[in-house]
Design a protein around this ligand. Structure first.
Ligand code: ATP
Length: 238
């Protein structure tokens, strides 16, 4: 398993008038890492910095030894945003073929990435007629076209039913087992248990970092939600 996929040093990001991240230090390795914290704590901002689309005030973000967002990383980092970034009026297959062409990957990757997210039976379906979970998986399939070594997924399970959530988490672990570093954000604390490592965030800071077991043991809490509350000193999540 890789040690440092991502190294963040002294990262400060100001958005509008808000200092969202203030001198953040962080290292992310292989496996499935969960980034958990209340809405507005800076998860998306941090993810944007990792993929190189966020203007930063100061500090460094290094991915596989290269500055985030630079050309050597283009084929190595996949990013799925909260908003689906596929075309509703095209079929799954048409979407994947279109993005394959844009990304310069062969048509054989279309079938592989559709199969990876269990969408083979839906290749001919128009995306606009699919359920939320299926559409999320189309976005994910696009991100998989290039075999990314780092996959950054911003709240990929939002609005999905428990069965689909479980399926997607299974997929994240299969991708991690195949060698990718997978970073998944969520504000649903019960998803924490599914991560190899957890980063609990609040107000732009990482307030706990460890396996779910370690974090529960350290705080004496029964679950991650309790651990989160213990770390923030009893304050309720926003
Ligand atoms: N475009 C923007 N301009 C100014 N401030 C912004 C902008 N986008 C986000 N912010 C602010 O940055 C802070 C962090 O937002 P961010 O989207 O990173 O949080 P988050 O933890 O991902 O939240 P959520 O779970 O709701 O997606 C918030 O205070 C938000 O109001």
């Amino acid at each position: 398993m890789m040690k440092n996929a991502v190294e963040v040093r002294g990262l400060t990001v100001v958005r509008g008038r808000t200092t969202v991240l203030d001198g953040l230090d962080l290292v992310i390795g292989g496996g499935v890492t969960g980034l958990l914290g209340p809405s507005g704590c800076g998860k998306t901002t941090l993810m944007r910095a990792l993929v190189g689309v966020q203007q930063v005030r100061s500090g460094t973000v290094t991915v596989f030894g290269e500055p985030a967002g630079t050309p050597p990383l283009r084929d190595r980092v996949g990013y799925v945003t909260q908003a689906a970034s596929v075309y509703d009026d095209l079929t799954v297959s048409e979407n994947l073929r279109f993005f394959a062409q844009v990304l310069g990957v062969g048509p054989e990757e279309v079938e592989r990435s559709a199969a990876a997210v269990d969408l083979t039976p839906h290749l001919g379906q128009v995306v606009g007629t699919m359920s939320g979970g299926q559409r999320s998986r189309v976005s994910l399939a696009v991100a998989l076209l290039k075999h990314p070594d780092l996959l950054v997924l911003d709240e990929p399970t939002v609005g999905l039913d428990p069965v689909l959530r479980q399926e997607l988490w299974g997929l994240f672990h299969r991708l991690a087992d195949a060698g990718a570093a997978v970073l998944v954000s969520s504000h649903v604390m019960d998803e924490a248990e599914r991560c190899d490592r957890l980063l609990l965030m609040r107000s732009g800071e990482v307030i706990a970092d460890g396996t779910p077991d370690e974090i529960r043991e350290r705080t004496g809490a029964a679950d991650i939600e309790g651990a989160f509350l213990a770390v923030v000193g009893g304050g309720a999540p926003q």
